[in-house]
Design a protein around this ligand. Structure first.
Ligand code: 9YW
Length: 428
């Protein structure tokens, strides 16, 4: 590994600072001008590398959007001055929280980030770190309980998504079958803004957007009430990437509960984590060498070959043969590709190397996998993904939103916050 190049470290920090909007960070200028949930969690870990106070602040500002029932929404619209560059804005969501927010959520990386930020702060001043962490721990625990109550009311151990945007992988082929059942009709016209900023060929199709908005309008009509949404949802996927992140969050929360002497929280978390661990393990499919989500409308496995099938490595301690099979499959997908693990299996009919979540490489996905590979004693492949991520940023893509695995080209938005954060953490 070459020594850290200060030029790139400096640029990554400068991107985070430029995307700062008074204590929260926009993913990128204009394309995404608000605070996004899982982006902020990754960004907080990036800030923790050089400014723990700012890292805590990122999480505190996200919690301003937390609903009374515990959900932390996927977008917090703190400041509407840039609102005309993004669709769908607050008027489409029709939610009623004090700060304007969307009505759906996103993968709960928050508690994982809180653990990292806390640990960085505690290395300097443990008492101050605990004091700043405690309210954020409470918020994260409340959100954890929301996930189980609202998105696993039947206590299966797997949590369900009611909208593709909740996965963070908007137009993944994993949703194709389930999303095709959702009507393309909307009450109000769909007025896309994303294609004003980024080439349409890199973005979801208009038909996808019509369905995304149909779902938003359906849930707005249900008054954003979780039980009503659950009863009427035309799209319902028990999803493995989100569940894996939730389980890792649950482990980190359980450690906090122990540290803070919260015995009853610790007992609750241990029970939830155990149920989820067993449920997630049961989603392993040896014939595919990966895990699969379940479509709760049809009852079928979601067997599209997407990166999500590998993310459970983050939160499980796999038997050695399972881990080996999974690593071999990831190695097969990434062989001859640039930047790390493609989000769909190259060479298959679903593979589109530039179209958003249908093939490109994302630094934050590599980052989750790298952590899981270390946990499961595969440091060599973890290092390969790490070096591929750093190399594509340093040589061809810069800090773009995502990367074309065939050419190494940077795609989507530029000067992207989570790419900068991933770089800082992986460069270390
Ligand atoms: C959108 C901000 C967000 C990410 C998601 C990504 C995209 C927003 O951008 O969604 O309007 O399409 O899919 O994961 O949080 O970076």
């Amino acid at each position: 590994m070459p020594p850290p190049d200060n030029k790139f470290v400096a640029k990554a920090k400068a991107i985070l600072e430029a995307n700062d909007r008074n204590g929260y960070t926009v993913p990128t200028h204009r394309l995404y001008p608000f605070q996004w949930n899982w982006d902020s969690a990754f960004v907080a870990m990036g800030f923790a590398q050089f400014d723990v106070d700012r890292a805590f602040r990122e999480l505190e500002r996200l919690v301003e959007g937390q609903w009374a029932d515990g959900m932390i929404p996927h977008i917090v619209f703190h400041d509407l001055s840039g609102a005309d560059s993004y669709y769908p804005g607050p008027a489409v969501w029709g939610t009623s929280h004090t700060v304007a927010t969307s009505g759906i959520t996103q993968p709960p990386v928050f508690a994982i980030a809180l653990r990292a930020v806390h640990d960085a702060a505690a290395a300097v001043d443990p008492a101050a770190a605990n004091a700043r962490t405690l309210p954020l721990y409470e918020a994260a625990l409340k959100w954890q309980r929301w996930w189980y109550a609202a998105r696993d009311p039947e206590n299966t151990g797997l949590v369900a998504l009611l909208h593709p945007w909740e996965s963070g992988s908007d137009n993944s082929p994993a949703w194709d079958i389930a999303l095709a059942r959702v009507p393309t009709t909307t009450i109000k016209p769909v007025v896309r803004k994303d294609t004003n900023h980024v080439a349409a060929a890199m973005r979801p199709h208009d038909q996808d957007y019509a369905r995304f908005i149909h779902l938003v309008e359906t849930y707005a009509d249900a008054g954003w009430d979780p039980a009503q949404q659950w009863a009427t949802a035309p799209f319902k996927i028990a999803e493995i990437q989100t569940t894996a992140i939730l389980l890792k969050a649950g482990e980190d929360l359980a450690r906090f509960a122990a540290d803070f002497g919260r015995a009853s929280d610790a007992a609750d978390l241990a029970a939830l984590n155990a149920r989820t661990r067993a449920a997630l393990l049961a989603q392993w499919r040896p014939a595919l060498n990966r895990f699969v989500s379940r479509d709760l409308v049809s009852g079928a496995d979601v067997d599209a070959s997407t990166h999500a099938g590998f993310v459970p490595v983050l939160a499980l301690d796999l038997d050695a043969p399972v881990a080996r099979a999974m690593v071999a499959e990831m190695a097969r997908w990434s062989a001859g590709k640039l930047g790390g693990l493609p989000t769909t299996e190259p060479g298959t009919p679903i593979w589109e190397p530039k179209r958003y979540w249908r093939g490109p490489v994302w630094a934050v996905i590599n980052w989750l996998l790298i952590n899981g590979l270390h946990r499961n004693a595969h440091p060599a492949f973890a290092d390969q993904l790490r070096e591929a991520t750093l190399a594509v940023i340093e040589t061809t893509a810069g800090f773009a939103e995502y990367f074309d695995p065939d050419t190494g080209e940077g795609c989507g938005g530029g000067d992207f916050s989570w790419t900068a954060a991933a770089y800082l953490c992986l460069r270390g």
